[in-house]
Design a protein around this ligand. Sequence first.
Ligand code: MG
Length: 382
Amino acid sequence: MKKLVTVLGATGIVGSKAIEIIRENPEKFEIFGISGHSNVSSLVSFAIEFSPKYVVISNLVLFSELEKQLNHLNIEILSGDEGLTFLASQKTDILVAAITGFAGFEPIFKAVNSGIDIALANKEALVAGGHLLMPLAKEKGVNIIPIDSEHNAIFQCMMGQNWSEVDNITLTASGGPFLTKKSAEVQNIPPSEALKHPTWNMGAKISIDSATMMNKGLETIEAAWLFDIRKEQISALIHPQSLIHGIVKFKDQSVISHMAPADMKVPISQALAWPERLKIKIKEINFTEVESFDFQEIDTGQFPCYGLAYELIEENPCYSIALNAANEIAVNLYLNYKLQFGDIFTLVAKTIDMVQVTNLTDYQSIIDYDKYARDIAVSLKF
Ligand code: MG
């Protein structure tokens, strides 16, 4: 039987790859709904190709343009956050959550609450709301299959294994474009340089997060929630070849690691097809051409964003929300030439210093707290 799939963030890099995999496997998948933020032409072409039941554009301003181009088809077109949460709550077999940033939190929450399995590419939702999302997923019997390549690697290492026998896990990091540069050298470096990732092809937000290594910090928080493990069991290492994506060490000192080409099609296809696997066509690893597997510790002096995020595992969730909110503000300012690269860390650290913690008991309180932290981050002057 075909799996019915909803793809949120269908026009981004991860979402488009999910669509590509679905296109290559028409006997396995059928698209139920898609969403995009502002890329009308991609949404129109996906809609014409796949005839989904729903198409959502989250940018309200573009609704009429999308509607005009699709009005000859029998497709329901929705917009804004309301459209997004409506689509996310509709019953499908799996929902690909590929919206970047905290914007993904509410639709993911709604999908989990509706009992829908999630292929999760969005790490910010767990960083900000893991303390609410994971217990809810358990209560609703929802499977969350990570698409973030390191977490998907750990997920694969753990198939047939038992978490009670795990000593620790290691997430790998390419080191990003500034691995060999000193902090002073990158203080004023322009976005064009920071966007040049050495091994992965990704969206702008995550590329900047990789350059600061905030991405790896967010991933350690994500891992703690996703796998329900302690801070001391989680670490990250730089592995510039980006071939080994995750490592699990068991109590008998056995190590299982996951290796794959640095192509998001691997984790996306694994998550979509799980518990099966799909045949995908990408450049294979040629072992005779692999010169070495290098590993090194992350220098938190060089990459303070990593250290800052890691320290927040097991702390009050307010701090992780503030970290994520301030980081989204800082990255956006930087991409618009309104903040220097080196000040991304300073803005985030100052925001965390300034927030007052409170009790976050429901999803609305998380959304409100994110807004509160953003207001503080925006008010800081550099
Ligand atoms: Mg990752």
